[in-house]
Design a protein around this ligand. Structure first.
Ligand SMILES: Cc1ncc(COP(=O)(O)OP(=O)(O)O)c(N)n1
Ligand SMILES: Cc1nc(C(=O)O)sc1CCOP(=O)(O)O
Length: 156
């Protein structure tokens, strides 16, 4: 996977596991609130990029102080991919946008081409999705529709 991503110029992140990220030559590791603290990841693997999940304004502020490569903000909507996790809502997206993060940030959770305009209106410019692509009958078509919804007017 690392080789495939590198050949296409796509950053390759491993979820949760710093050791696996280092072992496979990944560009970075994604850490949730219950995972290894980001400072530990930086200490254990100084060259490794670190992405961070956040679910509330205080977490976003703390995450942005940890030299992240990016942060994720969500879940915007309740999603079966994260059962039991309370939605942070569009209000949280507005709050993160108001922080004017100095690194890329991604809205996540319950997003698809049909509701993309809502997170765009709330200030997000990047999104991460699971079901919108993985559950689609035609994942390539679904990805193209997401790109079109994310950048209205581009390519039309
Ligand atoms: C951008 C992005 N967000 C979330 C994840 C994975 O998150 P997960 O480990 O399922 O949950 P958290 O504990 O991080 O909230 C990811 N890989 N990338
Ligand atoms: C992996 C993940 N992280 C979230 C967070 O809020 O940090 S929500 C989420 C699930 C996203 O899946 P779907 O696009 O199917 O809703």
């Amino acid at each position: 996977m690392a080789d495939l991503a590198q050949a296409r110029g796509v950053p390759f992140f491993i979820n949760d596991r710093v050791d696996v990220a280092v072992a496979c030559g990944a560009d970075g590791v994604h850490l949730g609130q219950g995972d290894l603290p980001p400072a530990w990841a930086h200490g254990l693997a100084p060259g490794l990029l670190v992405g961070l999940s956040t679910h509330a304004p205080a977490q976003a502020i703390a995450a942005l102080a940890e030299q992240p490569a990016y942060i994720a903000a969500g879940p915007v909507y309740a999603t079966p991919t994260k059962p039991g996790r309370a939605p942070a809502g569009l209000a949280y997206i507005r709050q993160v946008a108001a922080l004017r993060p100095h690194v890329p940030w991604y809205a996540i959770g319950g997003l698809d081409a049909g509701n993309m305009h809502e997170v765009l209106s709330a200030g997000a410019r990047r999104v991460a999705v699971v079901r919108a692509v993985l559950d689609a009958r035609d994942p390539a078509q679904a990805a193209a529709e997401l790109c079109a919804a994310l950048r209205p007017g581009v390519g039309t």
